[in-house]
Write a protein that binds this ligand. Structure first.
Ligand SMILES: Nc1nc2c(ncn2[C@@H]2O[C@H](COP(=O)(O)OP(=O)(O)O)[C@@H](O)[C@H]2O)c(=O)[nH]1
Ligand SMILES: [Mg+2]
Length: 366
């Protein structure tokens, strides 16, 4: 029998074809003397990253591939990879060679040397670490996000945004059911999902420049980060999707009022006509914003899906408006004079109705 497996290296990838053979060669070099396997978790990259990994895997059984179809997300890719190994320790490393794989043996040795240690984290911000050739703008953004998570979530790490770490797989399996998988900061997710504080050690490394392929970081990433923070802090009280849906609803009300004032007061149109145009404008605005943000993971695309979605959303919201008025009127009669409370109860019932039905009929069909 061969030596037992010591370490699994999970590599989430999206369009990293050129980097796959380079990374495997670097792992081979860095992990001499260790029994390891590499698991590429690829979200069906159009550039054929999964095929590139399979080609290597045919000759080298230490390399494995999980190809996910119709799904995207760095967080969930890492979780699935970490749960797909029998090794006692799993490391997560980017597939673009920006993380320094040469510290993997040190990470493993630290876990071997101290049974109380749960996780070893590669940090750019302890002595000896660094962010390489980042421009000032990116350093500032990263520092802001780091401070925010330290404040909001109380994690005492120098580099909570790191995507490079090694953790015991039994710990991962224990907390996996509590991970949110939202966004791209899997380390933060892990640190805050655990019922007991995890014992960690930070090891320095210098972030390298990306030579092949391009970064998937865009403006949506910043939004996802805030959503992930919200979810950890308040998600159990008010689910994040409902919170977003409601905020967008409030903006919709403002738009409705704005259009109504412009048409009715400004241009002198009749109230009913102005009211209809205001309602249509608000519903259309809400539909597109919810499609882009609240349901970005199930976004409707192409004119056919968008038209279908817009019609069903408008129908759902019209019924919601009737429910809102009905409930408010009923409560108002029942508790004569409590107009504000009645109105708020109506708004709440309408919002829950709109949310529940649109998630099923507008964004739940494709
Ligand atoms: N499976 C999967 N991997 C992803 C996704 N987005 C990014 N990655 C991978 O995650 C790693 C880090 O992403 P990158 O774009 O380099 O982020 P940056 O280093 O912060 O610019 C890379 O290996 C990417 O290929 C995704 O949606 N799914
Ligand atoms: Mg990168």
């Amino acid at each position: 029998m061969s030596e037992p497996l010591e370490l699994a290296v999970v590599i989430p990838t999206f369009n990293e074809r050129a980097n796959v053979p380079l990374l495997v060669a670097k792992l081979e070099q860095a992990l001499r003397g260790t029994r390891w396997e590499a698991i590429f978790v690829d979200d069906d990259s159009p550039d054929g990253t999964a095929d590139a990994a399979r080609e290597i895997a045919r000759a080298d059984s230490r390399v494995r591939v999980i190809q996910r179809i119709g799904r995207r997300g760095l967080g969930t890719a890492c979780i699935e990879g970490m749960c797909a190994t029998a090794a006692p320790v799993v490391a997560v490393i980017d597939g673009d060679l920006q993380h320094d794989e040469t510290i993997l043996p040190q990470m493993l040795a630290a876990l071997h040397g101290d049974d109380a240690l749960d996780i070893v984290i590669g940090s750019r911000f302890v002595a000896g670490g660094g962010t390489g050739e980042w421009d000032r703008d990116r350093v500032a953004k990263s520092a802001f996000a780091t401070r925010l998570s330290q404040r909001v979530l109380n994690v005492g790490l120098t580099d909570p945004m790191s995507g490079f770490f090694a953790i015991r797989t039994d710990v991962v399996r224990t907390i996996a059911p509590h991970l949110s998988g939202i966004g791209f900061k899997i380390l933060l997710d892990i640190m805050t999902a655990s019922a007991r504080p995890l014992q960690c050690l930070e090891l320095p490394y210098v972030f390298r420049c990306r030579e092949q392929g391009e970064s998937k970081l865009d403006h949506v990433v910043a939004l996802e980060y805030l959503i992930a923070l919200y979810d950890r802090k308040f998600g159990k009280v008010v689910p994040v999707r409902f919170a977003m849906f409601s905020c967008i609803g409030v903006i919709g009300v403002l738009i409705h009022m704005g259009v109504l004032m412009l048409l009715h007061l400004g241009l002198g149109s009749g109230f009913l006509g102005a009211q209809i145009v205001g309602t249509a404008a608000a519903m259309t605005f809400n539909f597109f914003l919810n499609n882009a943000l609240t349901y970005r993971d199930r976004r409707l695309r192409g004119w056919r899906q968008l038209l279908d979605g817009w019609v069903s959303f408008s129908l759902v919201c019209s019924v919601g408006a009737v429910a809102n008025v009905g409930v408010a009127a009923f409560l108002y009669d029942f508790r004569y004079g409590a107009w504000a409370g009645s109105a708020l109860a109506g708004v709440l019932v309408g919002a829950v109705w709109n949310y529940a039905l649109s998630s099923r009929f507008t964004w739940g069909r494709y």
